[in-house]
Design a protein around this ligand. Structure first.
Ligand SMILES: *[C@@H]1O[C@H](CO)[C@@H](O)[C@H](O)[C@H]1NC(C)=O
Ligand SMILES: *[C@@H]1O[C@H](CO)[C@@H](O)[C@H](O)[C@H]1NC(C)=O
Ligand SMILES: CC(=O)N[C@H]1CO[C@H](CO)[C@@H](O)[C@@H]1O
Length: 178
């Protein structure tokens, strides 16, 4: 019992010292950090909504935010590739199939190599290399989109735009770490 009374003030002191980690305060802090970080990216609104909706963004650092966006970007491109493959299976129009095949060929290396390698590099604090990879992934989305622009409406337009913008946001946040 004696030790209990002895420990109590120390626990209280710890609570006071650690208080910035309490959920309400850290949430406030992270909203500020997300806002401040996203202002320096080319797509502020997309950046804020992506980061706010991701768990683990509370009490985060800029490094955590970059990691979160990288994960989201990989999830988005993975999803994109499945979507393209589903469209290829469905379509009987060779005019549509050709650019879809081309886009699948662009997205396969992005999903299998470019972004996973960028994430490995990021985890090792090799930010420049990570930035190159993500930037390259964004270029592939733009390249895919251009395949459709001549004669037909792209069935991938909104998705390519999202991937391209997410990559731009990720590159901007990674640059802040360099
Ligand atoms: C793609 O990114 C958007 C915007 O950040 C996000 O809301 C969505 O959940 C992501 N999709 C996937 C499949 O990760
Ligand atoms: C990104 O995803 C990896 C693998 O799923 C996970 O270990 C890591 O914690 C995630 N990073 C962030 C910042 O969410
Ligand atoms: C992203 C991050 O650092 N999240 C941490 C926030 O604080 C909780 C509780 O202290 C940790 O469990 C999370 O890992």
């Amino acid at each position: 019992m004696k030790s209990f009374f002895f420990l109590t003030p120390i626990l209280l002191l710890n609570l006071i010292i650690l208080s910035p980690r309490t959920p309400a305060l850290s949430l406030e802090k992270s909203v500020g950090l997300i806002e401040k970080t996203c202002k320096k990216t080319p797509y502020h609104d997309l950046c804020v909504s992506s980061l706010r909706s991701s768990p683990g963004s509370s009490n985060a650092t800029v490094h955590d935010l970059a990691g979160t966006i990288l994960n989201l970007t990989l999830a988005n491109t993975t999803n994109m590739l499945s979507y393209i493959e589903a469209l290829i299976d469905q379509t009987e129009d060779p005019q549509l199939e050709r650019p879809l095949d081309y886009c699948a060929e662009l997205y396969i290396p992005v999903v299998e190599y470019t972004l996973p390698q960028a994430i490995v590099a990021f985890d090792k604090a090799r930010y420049r290399f990570a930035g190159y990879g993500v930037s390259d992934a964004g270029d592939q989305a733009d390249k895919c989109e251009k395949e459709f622009s001549k004669s037909m409406a792209s069935p991938l337009g909104d998705r390519n735009k999202l991937v391209s913008e997410l990559c731009d946001v990720a590159v901007a946040i990674i640059k802040m770490l360099q």
